[in-house]
Design a protein around this ligand. Structure first.
Ligand code: PNS
Length: 188
């Protein structure tokens, strides 16, 4: 069998359990897997590039054939520069397919020798995306089980006021329902 070096490119802002699941699956089938974090100058990310690099390095330290790198510019050119012959991308649901197909075909047009391979993360992560994780966390909502603990911790630190507001609101709600319950019991 051929020893294939693959690139798993993405924004990873932040890395989710779905990303990690895919990295672990990829590490099993490729000789070497490079996780390439895009340095996107157009979008302001929630986590800086060094933060995302650090998080992913920590999360994959147990996988000896996985390397975490940053890249900018065209993904196919970066893949070539690191001798990757395959690009790994995750597909969670049919809704991902259209965008992924378009991107894979454009990449094939740019570099015909580079193959895109799609893998599915575990079904329990099929609805998890960085965008939704950011949205939930920005409103102080729970992201336990959606992202690794180090990422959850980072989100809590970054969005402390939102979490504080959310926790206080929850306390108010539970105090008022306890009060209602006491009144109901008193009446009956
Ligand atoms: O995690 P994402 O945001 O879905 O990843 C998208 C990514 C980084 C794989 C894609 O935007 C990309 O490859 N960007 C680099 C620029 C490039 O090569 N664009 C052409 C894509 S067809």
């Amino acid at each position: 069998m051929k020893q294939i070096s693959a690139l798993y490119p993405g924004s990873f802002d932040p890395p989710t359990n779905g990303h990690l699941d895919l990295i672990e699956r990829g590490a099993k089938i490729f000789e070497e897997l490079v996780v390439g974090i895009l340095r996107n100058t157009e979008k302001v990310p929630m986590f800086s590039l060094p933060e995302r690099l650090e998080m992913l390095k920590t999360l994959t330290s147990h996988l000896k054939n996985v390397r975490i790198e940053a890249f900018h510019g065209l993904m196919v050119e970066y893949a070539k520069s690191i001798d990757a012959t395959c690009v790994l991308r995750g597909i969670r649901a049919v809704s991902d397919y259209e965008y992924e197909l378009q991107m894979a075909l454009m990449n094939r047009k740019l570099e015909p020798t580079l193959e895109t391979v799609f893998m599915m993360p575990a079904d329990k992560y099929s609805y998890v995306s960085s965008r939704l994780v950011r949205e939930v966390a920005q409103a102080g909502g729970p992201v336990k089980g959606l992202v690794p603990e180090v990422v959850e911790q980072k989100l809590r630190e970054r969005l402390e006021p939102a979490y504080k507001f959310h926790d206080e609101l929850q306390e108010d709600i539970s105090r008022s329902s306890e009060k209602k319950e006491r009144l109901r019991k008193k009446k009956s």
